[in-house]
Design a protein around this ligand. Sequence first.
Ligand code: ZN
Length: 334
Amino acid sequence: MRFSINLYIKKIIPSSLFFLSLVFSANAQETKKRLPIIDVHVHAMGGNPNASPMCPWFLKDMPGSGPNQEPPSFINTDCISPLQPARRDAEMDAAILRANKELNVTMVVSGDAKVIHRWHKAAPDHIIPSLGISNADQMTIEAFRDSLSNGFYKVMGEVAPQYQGMSPSDMSLDEYFGVAEELGIPVGIHMGTGGNGMANLTSPKYRASLGQPFLLEDMLARHPKLKIWVMHAGYPMVDQMIALMGANAYVYVDLAGFIWSYPLEEIHDYLKRLVQAGFGKRILYGTDLMMWPELLETSIGVIESANYLSEEQKRDIFFNNAVRFFNLDASKFE
Ligand SMILES: [Zn+2]
């Protein structure tokens, strides 16, 4: 979700033990390989010695405060065992490798290029590098084309014009989308939530209204061959999301970020609504993993515990939909 990490670090969260037990008790045969999961939304970063622990679903109590008071912290320390951050690079690297091998999670990873290369080198079959750009000042169109053409990057994302005060249909990004369209590169675009107080606490250019899924329509019309997924599923604008997916047959969504930050009941209502509207084949699993490795198990547990989803629907979300969307070879995951 590209929450501003600074504010994030100061926050906190309930125990993931419940979810851990759900996740780990699944199959009787310990030796059996776990069913593969594709996490389409991982941020590459090292450890942070100053990071705080964090309680998931911390946005269940939005703080009440005023402009002339101390800025609110959305850390909720009131949970039994907050998730611990990786404080060193080696810790973070080890956690990712463990998720790749033991949890059988393959990740679409964007962010720090050095870290992406390091993770990719350690587990090339489980790391899908993604190149993010949210503003034309970050990279020339030529450099962007070269980077995507050399074969290392398979995906474009996280594209987050909302934090720059821009619509995804802003013409300054149009050529970049054109390159992705031409090269057949799928694109992940941040739309919707950013957490509490984005506009007045951490990202002054952020506008809630620029996360409206309908803002994608002009860009999609200009790039009929472009394949996009809407990161964070345009939360909380589910009506627009459903209408956009209905009008644009190739648009997918991911569930990243909001599944471990907003109240659980709210998350399930949102996911249920998308499935109920018929889009179970267009939902991708994503974590929005940052420096708290246990967010992986926490987020997987949310889907595992969704009693309104069939096993088949869960497998679609965890794996099958991403295989289809990213044109992956399912047999390579066996
Ligand atoms: Zn995001």
